[in-house]
Each structure stands twice: as C-alpha cells, then as structure tokens.
Design a protein around this ligand. Structure first.
Ligand SMILES: Cc1cc2nc3c(=O)[nH]c(=O)nc-3n(C[C@H](O)[C@H](O)[C@H](O)COP(=O)(O)O)c2cc1C
Length: 180
C-alpha cells in the first residue's frame, strides 16, 4: 500500500489510540548507522517555536537512550494492532541483548529526512529531529507521581521537530479499533 504525506497531526487520534493500547515503535540509530526499536506508550504533540513537535519520554536505562544521545533523531512508527506481539517484545527485550528487528521480522527502511530508519510495516510515520532535551526533576513531580521512580531513573524528555509525516491510505481503517 503506497504511503502519502499527511498534515502532521491529521492522524493524531489514531496515533494516541495505539499509544494507549499496544504502544507504538520509536526507532533510533547509533553513530555506526545501526537501528534499534523500542515500544513507547508516552508521547505528546503540539506546536512549540512555531514548529510541529512530538515529545517522547525515555528512561536512561534504555539502550535507546544511548542511541538518542549519539544521533539526535528518531522516527515514530504506528503499527496496526495485529503486530501486538512484536510491540510487546520490543517493549520488554533490549537491543543490548537481541536484534529486535531480526527477531520480530520488522523491516527498517530508509526515512525521507533523517538517518534513523522507519519501519515498513507501520501505517503512520513521523520523522523527527531532536531540538531540545531535558530530564524530569524529582523535586518538581507531584507527590502521587513520585512512586513511578523507585530507582530514581527519571525519564529524559526529547522534543522532536516533525520533519516529515506520512501514512498508508488505509491507515485510518487499519487503526479504527483504537479510537480514544
Ligand atoms: C506498551 C509499552 C509502552 C512503553 N513505553 C515506554 C516509554 O514511553 N518510555 C520508556 O522509557 N519505556 C517504555 N517502555 C519500556 C521499553 O519499551 C522497554 O524497556 C524496552 O525493552 C527498551 O528497549 P531498549 O533497551 O532496546 O531501548 C514501554 C513498554 C511497553 C510494553
């Protein structure tokens, strides 16, 4: 199914639907060009500095964190629900221990605007360049949220400018099981 450019937030509701269910795939790349994928359930979006921005939240213990620190880019790939098993695997196994793409059969293909690849099986893609990063601050967290961090590994917050967004023509139907 061919993919076409979309307005950046045209399929945001479908994207959030998957975020709140099976998750979506963040793909990063290291300085040798090797990709790694990780499932995410946290992502926000909006306009900052007049640019379309998506923000992702990555704990420093993730292998992905070391990749984002090497190459300040990522892609976000929304897979349809039939890939639930692969999403679960990519959200529990680490790229330190296993080649998750080889294990799941997911395919990395070149992106349009960044060196981090996109995942062919996804139906929506966002290509992002990191324009800001910062760490969540324990002392600034509402008390009821502090229990999320017994090991004090507070997420690093990466703001990515969306340089390209595109989707399969049938993306809406393939994701329609997941309205917000
Ligand atoms: C549904 C789901 C959502 C997740 N969301 C996030 C997230 O937003 N941020 C994060 O740091 N880890 C998240 N994780 C955990 C990582 O995906 C997991 O630790 C993964 O194994 C890290 O892979 P890596 O070490 O190759 O980077 C999530 C896991 C699942 C199953």
């Amino acid at each position: 199914m061919p993919k076409r450019d979309i307005r950046v937030f045209d399929l945001w509701q479908e994207t959030v639907g998957m975020l709140t269910r099976e998750g979506i795939l963040l793909c990063s790349v290291n300085s040798d060009g090797a990709p790694n994928v990780m499932t995410i359930g946290w992502m926000t979006a909006g306009v900052v500095w007049g640019k379309p921005i998506v923000t992702v939240y990555v704990r420093p213990t993730r292998f992905t964190y070391t990749y984002l620190e090497q190459v300040p880019e990522f892609t976000v790939n929304v897979l349809p629900p039939e890939h639930a098993e692969a999403l679960q695997f990519c959200g529990t196994a680490s790229g330190r221990d296993v080649d998750k793409l080889a294990h799941t059969g997911l395919t990395a293909v070149p992106a349009q605007r960044v060196t981090a690849p996109v995942i062919e099986q996804a139906v929506i893609h966002y290509e992002c360049r990191i324009v800001h990063k910062s760490d969540l601050i324990e002392a600034n967290l509402a008390p009821e949220l502090q229990s999320n961090y017994p090991h004090r590994d507070l997420h690093r917050v990466y703001m990515g400018e969306v340089l390209a967004a595109y989707a399969s023509e049938d993306a809406r139907q393939r994701l329609q099981r997941t309205p917000l």
